[in-house]
Design a protein. Sequence first.
Length: 344
Amino acid sequence: MRFSTFHVGQVRPGTSAADDLANVIEQVELAEALGFDACWVAEHHFTPYGTVGNPTAVLAALAVRTSRIRLGSGIAILPLQHPIRLAEEFALVDHLSRGRLIAGVGPGLAPRDFRGFAVSLDERAGRFSEGVELMRRAWTMPVLSFQGKYFQVEGVTVYPRPYQQPHPPIVHAATKPESQARAAQLGRPILIGRLGEEGAAAAIQRYVAARRAAGHDELTILRALELCGVLRHVVIAEQSAEAWRIAFRAAEQYLSVAADLQIVPAPPEERETPEELIERGVLVGSPEEINEQIDRLHAIGVRHLICWFDWGGLDRAFVRAGMQLFAERVLPEHAPLTPIALAV
């Protein structure tokens, strides 16, 4: 399996945006030193979670502070920006990192973000579909002309061309069956987020079946699965009881913040309880328990686990210690030794 880390810019009480961004960079440097394959930087707006409004800016900083770890946007919200601008920014990060960029893009979710940028939610899917195709063409066509419903471009050449050829891997955020099938038809890996085991298994099976139906060979599909990320919060400690106590408290705080900030909009009656969050989306326990939980994910077809260590207001010394413990006692049980194989 492949293992990566997930990072959200969140200003905590008593800290500053500068402190938070420095923490993100320090955690990614640690992740690289510990042997994680990749990191993912999220995009949020108009909340204390909005420190990273532009993930490519943070990825550029990470590119010059690291040398091996893959750098992914997890995700860039494509409908909120012009795809040509995003193509340029991604290409710059690709060069700064010497070809370590993974271009994760998605249609976005939070109504707050769309209101803030005066973009209609009704245009979300169309803007995403057009935008990702325009971005791909900007990287591969010497002179670009494009006439779509939302974007029109005539006679443009984007510089620099990406470091990776023909372009960096494009990965779609895809939590719904129709978006998973669409990405599979296009030959793109998917990020399926914090689905429970049943949902993750169904998504992976659906994705593999759609790729086979599109005529993709098994080796290509296997390589793509190495980028099809399943997200999990992680709380790991030597003692199981300590990990569970901390995880429950973190889940309570995470859900409280998510409800207050409308990170994941839902009516009160449909919001998760801490128990449901832990059941569906948290790896928690001793290293031995975590290994058992990862074995179950592997059995349902998961080949890329995105680990969110810094969440729910966890003490950051505890987060760093957890990353270290995970690297020492979990990674060797599951992680391959060969470099990550990227599919475009």
